[in-house]
Structure formats: structure tokens, C-alpha cells
Design a protein around this ligand. Sequence first.
Ligand SMILES: NC(=O)C1=CN([C@@H]2O[C@H](COP(=O)(O)OP(=O)(O)OC[C@H]3O[C@@H](n4cnc5c(N)ncnc54)[C@H](O)[C@@H]3O)[C@@H](O)[C@H]2O)C=CC1
Ligand SMILES: O=C(O)C1=N[C@H](C(=O)O)C[C@H](O)C1
Length: 266
Amino acid sequence: MSKIKIIVAGPRGRMGLEAVKMIDREDTFELAGCIDRKNDGLLIKDIDGLPNLDAPIYTDAEVCLQELQADVLVDLTTPEFAYTHTKLALENGVRPVVGTTGYTKEQLEELRELAEEKQLGAVIAPNFAVGAVLMMQFSKWAAKHFPDVEIIEKHHDQKLDAPSGTAAKTAELIQEVRPSHQQGHPDEKETIEGARGADVDGIKIHSMRLPGLVAHQEVVFGGLGQTLTIKHDSHHRESFMSGVKLAAEEVMKLDVLVYGLEHLLE
Ligand SMILES: NC(=O)C1=CN([C@@H]2O[C@H](COP(=O)(O)OP(=O)(O)OC[C@H]3O[C@@H](n4cnc5c(N)ncnc54)[C@H](O)[C@@H]3O)[C@@H](O)[C@H]2O)C=CC1
Ligand SMILES: O=C(O)C1=N[C@H](C(=O)O)C[C@H](O)C1
């Protein structure tokens, strides 16, 4: 069986580096090349801290996608560029596997339509950690019985987007089963703006950013005389790699875009 040829966008980033190392470890994958903001024309092995690999680096995403004829693009960059990379990948017959968060609903819908038009698989997953996917699914289940819920997400202080993609997706899943309503006292007032957090259809999201954290979320449900907390912690970015591997394999069998790793887990 031929190997799945993969391009990684963002190879010098915290997640991108883990993805490059994972692809190098897997016999069924081949790192075809990388898209970086700099280092055009160099090889991955020329960059300090990156593995000893001959894969070429491009700064122009379109040239990279056209020249390398890869199967999959793994994007782990920034919200600003991921959308363009994903679109370019689909336009050039390359299946995107996207971990970058911060997509708008409109962007997701546009990419969904493009994938359908091109009949190409695409996976956009706000969280590749299997434990986090289960935490989101358990939260959706719990919300049927506990409609009052608040989400606390905690991340490292280099994170650009807030709330996290995981928190936004959790709220979206809960919204599917929870009747829309405001929580807390109807007359409550914030004496300091933002004290009650962000609001998604009455579901509050609180975002913490601190050095020392990786990626953590608690979904807290309140009922009469009881609370239920569903919690997940990623202590290391390796936690995301089995999900990236699964997505890169499964995207080859898809001809539509799926949003969320839960669609690929049995
Ligand atoms: N889905 C998931 O399971 C996870 C998703 N993430 C998301 O992945 C993204 C990356 O996270 P980190 O690795 O922590 O960030 P990071 O800041 O460490 O890495 C981002 C990398 O993208 C590169 N980059 C920026 N613009 C680029 C461009 N135009 N072309 C090529 N490379 C470009 C930067 O140079 C940097 O090396 C974030 O959106 C984050 O929320 C992070 C962890 C898990
Ligand atoms: O930026 C991160 O680190 C993470 N981003 C994703 C998100 O926004 O949910 C996934 C995970 O939480 C780590």
C-alpha cells in the first residue's frame, strides 16, 4: 500500500512540530513538505529543533500544494491563515485536516460547500484529543438532564483565540439538546464588565490564560442540590496526535467535510 503523503502547515509551532514527529514515526505516512512563514527553499532538517528530514519548506502555500501533489494538508497555524490554506488545499485536490481553531460559522459553511463540490474529504477538529471529544459528548448527554451549565476553559498564555474552539464546540453541542434560556438571576448586573463571561445562547464560557497550562476544560452543570463537573486535561501536546493520525487516515475515505473528531470515532 502506498504511503499517505502529508504537508504540514506550521511545522515550527507547538502542534506542528508534534505533527511532523508523529508523521515521521508512522510507517504509513510520508512528510511531503511543509508550509512555513519563512525558510523558503530550505529542508526541515536545516531548521534548528526540527527532525532530520529532507522534506522541503515553502512559504507560498499554493505553490507548495501544486508542486508536491500530496494527499493531505495538516494545518496547525493561526486562525488568520488556516481558512485560506484549507480553501487552497480543496481547490488543489488535497484533503485538509485542520486543527487550527477560530473559524467562523460562515467560513465552515463555505468550506463544507467547497468540499462537497470537489467531492473531497476534509476534517476540521477543534480538539484532536480523544478524551476531550468524550468530554464534549458526555456534556451533550448531561445537558439533557441538567440544562444549567457553564464552561471554564484554561489554556497557556500564548493562545490567540478566545474562547477556545473546544469550548465553542461544546456550547454548540449542548445547544442542540438544551432549550434556549438565560441562566442566573434575571436581574443580575455586571459591576465589572465581562464578569459573567461570554454568552452562547445563555451558556456562559469563561476563558483563563496562564503560563504553565496546556489545554484544560471543565463543564459544570447545576441542578437542585447537586452539581456535576465533566473535566478534561491535556498535559502534553502528544495527547492530540492519535486524533491527527486518525483524521489523516480517515479523510482519505471521505468525500465531504466533517467538523469534529467524534464523526470518526466509533
Ligand atoms: N485541534 C486541536 O486538537 C488543537 C488545536 N490547536 C490549535 O492549533 C493552532 C496552532 O496552535 P499552536 O501550535 O499552539 O500555535 P503556535 O503559535 O505554536 O504555532 C503556530 C505556527 O503557525 C505558523 N504560521 C503562522 N502563519 C503561518 C502561515 N501563513 N504559513 C505557515 N505557517 C504559519 C507560526 O509561525 C507558528 O510556527 C491554534 O489555532 C490552536 O488553537 C492547538 C492544540 C490542539
Ligand atoms: O491553542 C491550544 O493550545 C488549543 N487549542 C484548541 C482549542 O482552541 O480548543 C484545542 C486545545 O484546547 C488546545
